[in-house]
Design a protein around this ligand. Structure first.
Ligand SMILES: [Zn+2]
Length: 337
């Protein structure tokens, strides 16, 4: 029998010893956050109005401009900003979350670190909210729906009308690529087609089961999808027509939720799905998962700064327009700012 290669590639390894060496205290964690936001420690100083090197300020969670001393805090706008929990503990929670295959329970974090269950639960909840990525799929894409949550004795499959315990989830996966999973209020044709349209690039080949909600996929305007269905009553694979990749993901999520979290409230299910999809989408990235997460957080921060800048520009432009209107005595109500 051929032996499977179970070794973790060297570039993906980050053992607990490596982690402890790299992040021994709060200062090391703070510096990591700082560098993830401002590469090489160069910050656009608001006083100098130029990019200037900043240095840590002792005893404070801040960095100061080396020319004028103006301080910036890398924690502003992050989940750590108003938290009393130490940064090292936050990092450890993130490490555990990224190092496991099926996640880790708040109870386990409580046992390992001594924080209260409420703190552990809240930390994981906040970390999960950051894990939702915005991606688009192409090529061969499998789409499938499933139901998570409350069980009914002796019954599986679609919930009956009025069953509020189960939450519908739609998964879209690019074969050999990334996955998107979303909770939806129901799996009607319009919900499914809108999701596919928003998340799958034009010209993709879509594979689904025979659920009638998918019948309009090849007719979505300007998308030019090809659509093939597998009839599960007859077989599960017909050449390249199958939904086994997405089904595999469902078993990972359901097994994980059952085994690790036991129960997940409907309102939190999307955040758990974010956690599972994030790990799935970075399983082959040649970096440790924990550092992948930090790369993602740095890109989120950049997006946030850009959107804030765009918002400011928008406001400024709006104000200028209002000012010109005032000069020219044009009624302001005609503006769509
Ligand atoms: Zn300065």
């Amino acid at each position: 029998m051929k032996r499977l290669n179970q070794a973790i590639p060297k570039e993906q390894k980050l053992t607990i010893a490596d982690f402890m060496r790299r992040f021994p205290d709060d200062a090391a964690c703070l510096h990591h956050i700082f560098l993830s936001q401002w590469a090489d420690g160069i910050v656009d100083c608001v006083t100098c109005k130029a990019p200037v090197k900043h240095h840590p300020v002792s005893g404070r969670k801040c960095y100061a401009c080396q020319n004028c001393g103006t301080q910036v805090s890398p924690l502003v706008g992050t989940i750590f900003e108003k938290s009393c929990t130490s940064l090292k503990l936050w990092f450890y929670a993130m490490y555990l979350m990224s190092a496991t295959r099926c996640g880790i329970s708040a109870k386990q974090l409580q046992r390992e670190t001594g924080v209260t269950y409420k703190t552990a639960w809240r930390m994981f909840k906040q970390i999960r909210t950051l894990m939702g990525e915005d991606i688009k799929l192409s090529g061969n894409v499998e789409v499938d729906e499933t139901y998570c949550g409350g069980t009914r004795k002796g019954k599986t499959g679609r919930p009956m009308k009025g069953d509020t315990k189960k939450t519908a989830v739609v998964g879209m996966v690019e074969r050999n690529g990334k996955i998107i999973a979303r909770t939806v209020p129901e799996v009607s044709g319009s919900t499914l087609l809108n999701l596919i349209k928003d998340n799958v690039n034009p010209l993709a080949s879509i594979f689904t089961d025979e659920w009638k909600g998918y019948s309009g996929v090849s007719h979505i305007t300007n998308r030019f999808y090809s659509h093939e269905t597998i009839k599960h009553a007859d077989s599960f694979v017909n050449g390249r027509i199958h939904t086994n990749t997405v089904e595999g993901f469902w078993s990972l999520v359901k097994g994980g939720i059952r085994g690790v979290y036991r129960q997940v409230g409907n309102e939190y299910l999307q955040s758990y799905l974010n956690e599972y999809t994030f790990r799935y989408n970075h399983r082959r990235t040649p970096r440790p998962m924990f550092l992948c997460f930090w790369t993602w957080l740095a890109s989120l921060h950049k997006q946030c700064i850009e959107s804030r800048r765009a918002h400011r520009l928008h406001l400024l432009y709006g104000l200028r327009q209002r000012f010109e209107c005032w000069l020219l005595h044009i009624p302001i109500v005609s503006l769509s700012v």
